[in-house]
Design a protein. Structure first.
Length: 409
């Protein structure tokens, strides 16, 4: 089998890749490097980093056995929607041209739903060259644009994009989704579940593990080691229910033993900071988002971790942060739809609480009760770490990718 793999090449097509640490870039980098260890020949067509660094990476390099080709694309300010859309299309065009130039019809192409125009251009390029291709779906477009209130579901543009996207799915031999709810949504779009495989993101169980909260450097700095800490970490954007977090904190601000710690970035961060000051919420500490290498420290700076989705997100995305929260042995409080992947994971494994979207009063009740029931929180903490090791370790997840890709060679 190894000799067969060496003759053929697996190409990953993605905008974010090493050195980007955003979830898509991080997971795609991990997939590429781990597949090389398993005997695959892997090359990557990606863009230049445009998230937390302005430093240019080499146009062509090899890293940990993976050959990387970086396309040119504008590195404009990401806060402006118009420039993001233009950049997205330019990168997608450049990446598809690289496929036409470099990829053999005997190879396997794997691409991602980031940016959302990428599957269209990659799918067309692969169709023109009769290349077998796979789509890894982290977000479902254009549906997330409706959930984010950018467009009305019945608007002409959404109906047009939905029609185009449903046809694009049929260009791929396999569609990999990261949740059971996502499989349901896409199966409805393509009227079949045969080409869909579920492979979740993984937990970094070797790099992230439980540590005593009392010794945490971050909590010592804000003098909160003896309080019951609720953490929100990661992006704070249109799909995250910031208002419910604020209202919940308001209801609990007179309970001095409860404190919220927020590590965040994103379009809603500034507004969130202003509201915290305006409402005089002294029970919230807002800290800068920490790099992934500090996950061990900041994920252990709490008792429970929050995941907050706005309504309408069923089957459209799965927050990647929950997997390392489990690795750190943290219970979860998730504001999400019933039967969503995160809700199923929590309930099946008894590692937290599921609250329907916008129900901030229930969230406050759950936090207050959890702060009083240390035995239950400890039991959920043990369960959370065990689940990360048994179901979501990196080795388990990478082997699932290996099986899918080998079957397509």
């Amino acid at each position: 089998m190894e000799s067969k793999q060496k003759k053929k090449k697996l190409w990953l097509i993605t905008n974010p890749f090493y050195p980007d640490e955003v979830s898509t870039g991080y997971y795609l980098t991990g997939i590429a490097e781990e597949l090389v260890k398993l005997g695959f020949s892997v090359s990557v067509i990606c863009g230049q980093s445009n998230y937390f660094t302005k430093k240019l990476s080499p146009v062509h390099e090899e890293r940990n056995g993976v050959e990387i080709f970086r396309c040119w694309s504008p590195r404009w300010e990401r806060k402006r929607l118009r420039t993001r859309i233009i950049s997205m299309f330019l990168f997608s065009l450049a990446a598809s041209w690289e496929i036409i130039k470099r990829v053999s019809s005997k190879d396997l192409v794997v691409t991602i739903t980031s940016p959302p125009a990428l599957p269209f251009f990659v799918g067309i390029a692969c169709k023109l060259k009769a290349i077998n291709c796979v789509l890894i779906t982290h977000d479902i477009y254009p549906d997330v644009l409706v959930a984010a209130n950018f467009f009305n579901k019945q608007s002409l543009i959404i109906r047009f994009l939905t029609n185009i996207t449903n046809k694009i799915y049929k260009l791929f031999s396999k569609i990999i989704v990261i949740g059971r709810d996502m499989k349901e949504v896409i199966a409805e779009k393509v009227k079949s579940s045969e080409q869909i495989e579920i492979i979740t993101n993984w937990s970094d169980t070797k790099e992230v593990y439980p540590l005593a909260k009392e010794e945490n450097e971050i909590l010592k700095e804000i003098d909160a080691t003896r309080k019951f800490i609720i953490q929100y970490s990661g992006n704070m954007g249109p799909l995250h229910d910031v208002e419910s977090l604020l209202k919940c904190a308001e209801l609990l601000k007179n309970y001095n033993h409860i404190h919220f710690v927020v590590f965040t970035f994103g379009s809603k961060r500034e507004e969130f900071q202003e509201e915290v000051k305006k409402r005089n919420l002294n029970n919230i500490s807002i800290l800068d988002s920490r790099p992934r290498k500090d996950s061990l420290i900041f994920l252990n700076a709490c008792d429970v971790i929050l995941s907050l989705f706005v309504p309408g997100m069923y089957g459209l995305a799965v927050p990647s942060r929950i997997y390392n929260a489990m690795a750190a042995g943290k219970p979860l409080i998730a504001m999400c739809d019933n039967n969503s992947e995160i809700a199923l994971t929590i309930n099946e494994n008894k590692i937290g609480w599921v609250i329907k979207p916008t129900d901030y009063k229930k969230m406050a009740e759950v936090i207050l009760e959890a702060s009083k029931n240390t035995f239950l929180v400890e039991e959920m903490s043990i369960n959370s770490r065990r689940v990360a090791e048994v179901k979501f370790s990196k080795e388990i997840i990478i082997n699932k990718y290996k099986e899918v890709f080998q079957a397509l060679y």
